[in-house]
Design a protein around this ligand. Structure first.
Ligand code: DQA
Length: 160
């Protein structure tokens, strides 16, 4: 099983940017923790960060036929990007959206999340721990899909 983690604009500045909102942890540290958890659970994981909307769309499209699930923090693009929403819908993979901060306690322009409807779930306001919750959630979703496929296959087998 392979999970791709996609990080949007300014998340490369974690640990520097607005620490009162996002905390002191750097993106590399978050990814190191996710990698440990993935290894413990026998899951392949890849990380991608971009400040450019089109590059994020390209990376989502590359997941088609290659990855089993996407964990994404589209950052500011969550509130503006129909293109990222459409890319997630196009590849039709289970996706979990993460927001480090609780966007619903913040400015009005963060109240609208265009990407969320294309995701299985959105985790907000847990700080970097939200990525760990997303990993647990993704493993649950992927195991459910696997169990469903196995059941369908066993039902398709001719009765002895
Ligand atoms: C964010 C919330 C967004 O509103 C903001 O633009 C970000 C980070 C978060 O993780 O809390 O860059 O996605």
């Amino acid at each position: 099983m392979k999970i791709v983690v996609i990080q949007g604009p300014n998340l490369n500045m974690l640990g520097v940017r607005e620490q009162n909102i996002y905390g002191p942890m750097k993106l590399e540290q978050i990814h190191a923790q996710m990698k440990d958890f993935a290894q413990q659970n026998g899951v392949e994981i890849e990380f991608f960060q971009s400040n450019l909307e089109g590059e994020i769309v390209d990376r989502i499209q590359e997941c088609y036929g290659d990855a089993d699930g996407i964990i994404i923090n589209p950052a500011a693009y969550s509130h503006t990007s129909i293109a990222i929403r459409d890319a997630l819908a196009a590849v039709s993979l289970p996706a979990i959206e993460v927001h480090i901060s609780n966007v619903y306690k913040r400015e009005d322009f963060r109240q609208k999340d265009i990407v969320a409807p294309a995701c299985a779930s959105t985790i907000v306001g847990f700080g970097p721990f939200g990525y760990h919750l997303a990993m647990i959630g993704m493993l649950q979703i992927l195991n459910e899909i696997k169990a469903m496929k196995e059941m369908q296959q066993s039902q398709a087998q001719p009765q002895q």
